[in-house]
Design a protein around this ligand. Structure first.
Ligand code: S3P
Length: 178
């Protein structure tokens, strides 16, 4: 996790939520750079701390074990401010997690269609244990149906397919500060 002394204590965290494949990590890193804020990618931070991949954590401790690590990281981040945060796609389903950070954190939903997200996921190399199924698109559609109400609790919704990447970063940076 970035050094806490580098953050701006007065500004709230900016949290990007959305399905796997919505671009939270890529967009988050770029928004953070643009705003001069530290960036925390939850999956990378959890892997670094555990010394294991997300896939290994799921296979050894199951989804509940992984969610417990996400909640633990969220508790720590609640003691800090001024960062751009990219939790995994299931983070909003953890009871009490969002309430640890907001208010005052600003939450932005990167909305993407399951059909588009699955293409990005399959082109990438990261393993999503929950999508290791016979029909990953169908699984992702079901996850979206279960999660969308939680994602829509965000302060802002950005349709990531509609805007070009440069514009997307600028839009999110502006919304985050509004
Ligand atoms: C998950 C999404 C993943 C990762 C884990 C579980 C989910 O993160 O946290 O595989 O429940 O949707 P991304 O959304 O960054 O892929």
């Amino acid at each position: 996790m970035p050094d806490e002394s580098t953050n701006e204590p007065s500004s709230p965290h900016i949290i990007l939520v959305g399905l796997p494949g919505s671009g939270k990590s890529t967009v988050g890193r770029r928004v953070a750079r643009r705003l001069g804020r530290p960036f925390v990618d939850f999956d990378s931070e959890i892997e670094r701390r555990a010394g294991k991949s997300i896939a290994q954590i799921f296979s050894e401790s199951g989804e509940p074990g992984f969610r417990a690590l996400e909640l633990e990281l969220t508790r720590e981040l609640a003691q800090t401010s001024g960062m751009v945060l990219a939790p995994g796609g299931g983070w909003t389903t953890i009871p009490g997690a969002t309430a640890l950070l907001r208010p005052p954190a600003r939450m932005i939903y990167l909305r993407v269609k399951a059909e588009v997200a699955i293409g990005r996921i399959l082109r990438g190399r990261r393993i999503r244990p929950l999508l290791q199924t016979a029909d990953p698109l169908d699984t992702l559609r079901k996850l979206l149906a279960e999660r969308e109400a939680g994602y829509l609790q965000a302060d802002h919704v950005v349709d990531v397919e509609v805007v070009k990447s440069q514009q997307l970063i600028a839009t999110i940076a502006r919304l985050a500060l509004s």
